[in-house]
Design a protein around this ligand. Sequence first.
Ligand code: SF4
Length: 435
Amino acid sequence: MNEYDSNRILDLVKPIGYISTNNPSEADCYVLNTCHIREKATDKVYHDIGRLKKEFRNRKKPMLLVTGCVAQAENEEMFNREKYIDGVVGPQSYHQIPDIIKKIENNKNKINSTEFEVIEKFDCLNSVQNSNSKVSSFLTIQEGCDKFCHFCVVPYTRGPEYSRSFNEIINEAKQLIANGAKEITLLGQNVNAYAYKTPTRTFRLADLIIQLNDLKELKRIRYTTSHPKDVTKDLIEAHKTCKKLMPILHLPVQSGSSKILNAMNRKHTIEEYLEIINDLKKARPNIKFSSDFIIGYPGETEDDFNHTLNLVEKIEFINSYSFIYSSRPGTPASKLNTVDQKIAKKRLIKLQEMLEKINTKSKKEFLNASIEVLFENKLKRQNKYFGRDKFLNSVIVGSEKDLTGRTLNIEINDFNHNSLFGKILHNEKKITQLN
Ligand code: SF4
């Protein structure tokens, strides 16, 4: 979502004369768009500012705005801690950046804008063309979260759930397609909680997918991040009927133990999670899943952890994220006793070994097979192109010709931890088509 927001910030400041630069040392204005989800996010911001100060030590200071969730969480405190900062702008106020820049230019005052003005923000953004021209583009449809998982800061930094208007999203999708997008990933902190209400009906995520599925130039649709509680019947049906919807779903589970899920306030059990997975598999037999795991959540026993391992083995999640629980100030879980860090680390290593084994197995299945790849860009200084298969695996292929934006069948002949490697297939008949 920060990538989407950063692109939109750029669209907003173009009319007041700012453009992006590939040479950071010549910038007149820096926007540090921050994420608060990982531990030490705040330290990283101050570290980056330290580097910036060094770079500009003997030159005119550039304007510096800190935006995003760290700005929201730290607020006024940022000015106290770092005088170099000129503006602190929360994720729901970034539509005000052009005004903020002008005010700072004129008055040299420091400005804090951290209200939750999400309706105003999207009203403003709807009037500004989205100029992103990537083959695979992000499109925010929903923001905020009302779930209040006990470990998470998002409800406090991004605010309550808000869904953008159905028509505005479709219009923006058409803009992105006109700019060259072949794949659109619909974004939201709780993307499948999308619910845009009009006097006559409520539009859901499935309605958006169905409409996008009909746009001729668009080849692929994805959405992230979902909450199991909001996987509705119509969304499962969309996985069956909308062929452009890719057969991979990132569905965070966090733990394989219902006891821990309850302690986390995740609002579902493991049995319910498994039922959703089964329903999705019935709708789309080749679907694969990725997930997020928090290891060593307060109260997690060896037995709870073993439930997580069992779940991973059963579902065979690919490309997943796993972390040791780390406390976020102000969240309910921050008041609880943490699991011994040595034990948590051991568990994490065990889980990651299992995830890696599954990843390797899943990549091995691609060897000597044909897969369909959408190419996104050329690698720097090499005649190689980067693309993704339907399951989001990155694929690298050598080519003298420009492959950007093309969907091609690729024969896979090697892989490593991160990527599959192959060659363009001219004679498809000989090998198995995997997806
Ligand atoms: S559903 Fe996701 S964003 Fe919302 S509180 Fe839980 S972890 Fe955070």
